[in-house]
Design a protein around this ligand. Structure first.
Ligand SMILES: Cc1cc2nc3c(=O)[nH]c(=O)nc-3n(C[C@H](O)[C@H](O)[C@H](O)COP(=O)(O)OP(=O)(O)OC[C@H]3O[C@@H](n4cnc5c(N)ncnc54)[C@H](O)[C@@H]3O)c2cc1C
Length: 414
């Protein structure tokens, strides 16, 4: 028997974006809600540390202003956002950079596309893809055949194999953390649309400012840090420090691994691992806020973070983030410095490796067919949310938390 006190109170396990969004919607509906978080800060995968005056995000991430969940939940101005250059820069070899600007935002640079060496067929296909993905109703983009991969979608869009290899494959490997363009086509189209419609940027205080803003919007005392939930019980949950905490409903928002342990029988997709290397050096001159990918695919992308947001590094220094697929290895840092010497056209032997961040369960492998949303109900009083129930993104995690809250509310009102 549940106690009277616990009749309508909800426990959310995990203060990542999904858990925070869920708690926010439940609190807004007037339910007593608590969030139990194992870590010493909110944010989960979206956190930032300070290392010797630099902002070190837990893996390179960008903030996209077009995500509907973000726009609905946050005052963007408060994040003091700084934008990346719109478009993509590809390192084609030997220090040569090919710029593909977004002509919609940089019309004066659009003419350069014609002399960029990209075949007219690929430029035409790119124009058509961008127009369609930006303007078509989202329902249409969700529709591609269930088995269609990103590679198949790009072929259908009329791109040459060479352009797919040289441009899309290096760029999208950094977006989806996979190297084969096997992500479901519908996920690709929606992400492409979000990039065309929004601005990619960084908050001045680091990406961790995003969940901190969400947590600030909760009633005081809602989030309890340093509280790992070890088990779900008939009454509620068992936590390492507090013993049994009763609840009418429990929402597991822990990320995939812990969710499987807390909810036996839950199936989650395989996840991708990524490692980001952070280097500092004296200020690099003549760099812009560019996201640079590598045609040779020695890394996913590299970027001088302090050129995007000067608050990321002390004055007179540059902070460079470079990511690779997988866990990295002892030789990776040295090999990267050699590749970066070519890309940035400078001697990198003196660059200091300030931090390395590996995230093992970084993004779900969103292979086709990928349902864009999965129910949260797991049984009476049991719910699950997180990016593995939607899409591996800030938008997906927040939307999944919102969905869990709707299902809890519907059940408790019944
Ligand atoms: C390196 C990297 C780069 C990314 N780049 C982007 C990007 O550019 N754009 C984009 O949209 N998305 C990006 N993503 C994806 C996005 O960050 C995630 O999809 C999203 O943050 C997932 O949120 P979540 O709430 O589902 O899970 P999580 O963030 O994993 O949150 C789970 C929380 O549960 C807590 N927890 C776990 N076990 C317990 C327990 N037993 N008891 C209590 N608490 C527990 C954890 O400590 C954590 O705080 C990136 C992710 C990574 C890792």
């Amino acid at each position: 028997m549940r106690t009277q006190h616990a009749k309508r109170n909800v426990l959310v396990v995990g203060a990542g974006l999904a858990g925070l969004a869920c708690a926010h919607d439940l609190a807004a509906a007037g339910l007593p809600v608590r969030v139990l978080e194992a870590g010493d800060e909110v944010g989960g995968r979206v956190r930032s540390d300070r290392v010797r005056g630099c902002v070190i995000d837990r893996g390179f991430q960008v903030f996209n202003t077009s995500y509907p969940q973000v726009r609905a939940r946050m005052e963007l101005r408060a994040l003091r956002l700084s934008p990346f250059t719109p478009g993509v820069v590809t390192h084609t070899g030997g220090g040569r950079l090919q710029r593909l600007v977004d002509p919609g935002r940089r019309p004066r640079e659009a003419a350069r596309l014609l002399g960029s060496g990209i075949a007219p067929r690929d430029l035409a296909a790119l124009g058509a893809l961008c127009a369609r993905d930006m303007l078509a109703p989202a329902a249409l983009l969700r529709r591609p055949g269930p088995g269609r991969t990103t590679r198949a979608a790009l072929r259908r869009a009329g791109f040459s194999d060479g352009f797919v290899e040289d441009f899309f494959r290096p760029f999208l490997s950094g977006v989806f953390l996979e190297d084969e363009l096997e992500t479901a086509a519908r996920v690709f189209h929606l992400v492409w649309r979000s990039m065309l419609r929004g601005t990619l940027c960084l908050p001045a205080e680091g990406i961790g400012a995003v969940p901190r803003r969400l947590a600030d919007g909760l009633p005081p005392g809602t989030v309890r840090l340093g509280t790992a939930v070890t088990e779900l019980t008939d009454e509620g949950v068992l936590s390492a420090g507090d013993g049994e905490v009763p609840a009418a409903a429990v929402v597991v928002a822990t990320g995939p691994g812990p969710a499987r342990r807390l909810l036996p029988g839950l199936s989650t997709p395989p996840y991708r691992t990524v490692t980001t290397y952070y280097h500092v050096t004296a200020r690099l001159r003549g760099r812009g806020p560019d996201l640079v990918t590598d045609r040779a695919r020695r890394f996913l992308n590299t970027c001088v973070l302090s050129e995007v947001s000067p608050a990321y590094a002390p004055a007179g220094t540059s902070l460079i983030a470079t990511s690779v697929l997988g866990p990295g290895s002892p030789g990776t840092g040295k090999a990267l410095r050699e590749a970066l010497a070519e890309v940035y056209g400078t001697d990198t032997s003196g660059w200091e490796e300030l931090a390395v961040r590996t995230v093992e369960e970084a993004l779900p492998a969103m292979t086709a067919p990928w349902p864009l949303s999965r129910p949260s109900r797991r049984g009476p009083g049991r719910y699950v949310c997180g990016d593995h129930r939607a899409t591996g993104s800030v938008q997906g995690a927040l939307a999944s938390g919102a969905r869990a809250a709707r299902e809890v509310l519907a059940d408790l009102d019944r």
